[in-house]
Design a protein. Sequence first.
Length: 681
Amino acid sequence: MKQWGIVVLWITVGGWIGVAWAEENAPATLSISPEIPGVVDEILITATRGPAAVFDTPYSADVIGSRQMADRAYRTVPQALRDIPGVMIQETSPGQGSPFIRGFTGRDNLMMIDGIRLNNSTNRSGPMQYWNTVDALSLDRLEVVKGPGSVLYGSDAIGGTVNAITINPWSYQQEGIGYGARGYFRASSAERSLIGRGEVSLGYEQTLGFVGGLTAKDFGELQGGDSVGGQPHTGYEEYDADFKGEYFLNADTRLTMLHQRTRQNNVPRTHTYGDAARWHGTNSGTDRRRDYDEERELTYLQLHADNIEDSFIQSLAASISWQDAGEVLDRTKSNGSGSQQGFDVGTLGFFVQATSESPIGKLTYGLDYYRDHVNSFDTTNAIQGPVGDDASYDLLGVFVQDQMDLTERLAVILGGRFTFAAVDAAHVDDPTDGTAGAGDISVSDDWTNFSGSARLAYQIVPEKLNAYGGVSQAFRSPNLYDLTSQSVSQSGQQSQPAIGLKPERYLSYEVGLKARDRRYSAEIAYYYTMIFDPLVSRFTGNFSPAPDNFPINESVNAGQGHVNGIEAGGAYEVLDHVQVFGNIAWQEGEVDGDYLSKMMPLMGQIGVRVESAKRDLWAEIQMVTADKADKLSGSDRSDTNRIPPGGTPGYAVVHLRGGWKVCPNTTLYAAVENIADADYR
């Protein structure tokens, strides 16, 4: 459905009907952020674990900053990634959202919050909803590095690594106490949604600062395009709270403490309902009810020290964190029988890293350790819930990276990581006895790995044209979900525990060009990733009991595969304050002769943006297109609740947006999305 909106706000994410306000001394933006996707001169820390210009970094990377978030009014963190070439977002409902980055999703992409892993050992292989538990309104920016990142960040960093950087206190003063407040309201016609946030910040001189915010979200029945109309079982409620404090020991050393909490109520798994909207031949599910309650809390204490004098170590960062993630599924089957299942994951995290200048280059080195403790339940199975009960999962890594300037124009980055992973689950439903809940076994296993990478950047024309390339290994150890899962996924696929799995291994090659000048900025990249021993879901030949009669699958190591693709994007200022921008991405891949699941079709976008000389007034028109997604794997063809027979039709949709800075602390945003009211998925 076409979507309209008006946003009056001062800084943060735009919405499609809303009001926001701020005290006069609050900052207009939280960070320097790209105005147009494709700009490659921002600063990020995720690619090299230290500050680096995107243009000079030998990686394909993007920064989604506060201005772009406001201009595009992204509703969730996954949505904020949708304009990056090579990234496709699947949203089974407004309460879910899982990015596909270079062909990978779910557990094969790594999400972090201020450098702390969001991923845990219960994450599944397919699209999952957990990235949506990060409140986009609490963020300063998103840093995205595409391609394997296992050397710096460990297991799971296969398709890409995304680091959500939270807002900092913004009310520091030269003398005395500073304070400020800002508010935000958003409403959407298509989502029938209301979103509100209030935020306050306090600061004492340049020494002590606090910022805290509360967000509430209410989503109603999603309205489809031309003929779809209202889609039942799409609404939910969400509440978020966050607090961050900073204490500066000196100008270069600070302690940071953060606490954030998210609660999502009754998030429907829309496609599983018996009366779910059908589209182009899809089937409805069978459930009368299938809703999730999601909760997540994160608390951390971090130390950051830069410009350390008279020491081999020039900078140091250390973090200790506790994260608790819980999920409860409330399901009513077609025959009226009900059940609940869920889990709670408590994760203790720690990392320390340092940088040192040495005769062989700039060294970045350190270690990280995460330990999950998992409790799992199911009212129909006394042994376990969706994953093994009373389980632990350990992930330890030691890494080193060396950045060397071989010449004035040629830079090389070499890195390596040793990883140890171990699982110990006390209660697992025995997959060999053929009857759910009849056999209780324990599962224990461990794995080790060494991964390396080599990247280079060459300045063809200094400050204007850079070439980059590299080869990177990646690694993903089997997690608790792979080994002990007993849950329903896709269009009625029942999983069962699988013992004795091997790690997945990857080898990726990448080359690219980055260009910029006063009027343009552009990047093009080609990648080829080889896949070894990937974990895939295979039919066991058995079915679950009536009334479901779902096919039972288990995880197995497949043989080999690959995924490769081309991505390009950029912006050009054709006239003063008039920019044309766009991007395009193509991809293909397979495993053992079968397509990768949910392959991204050929996708692209093009647009024009006009700004006033003072940048206080702007307008933008954008067209987003996708080819028919007909490269279907076996699991895609059986996912009949979500994927039409023969594939998902292609589409082209047009959006119109604009903004007006009415006064120093108030900005009005307005947008009409999907102007032609097209049906698309």
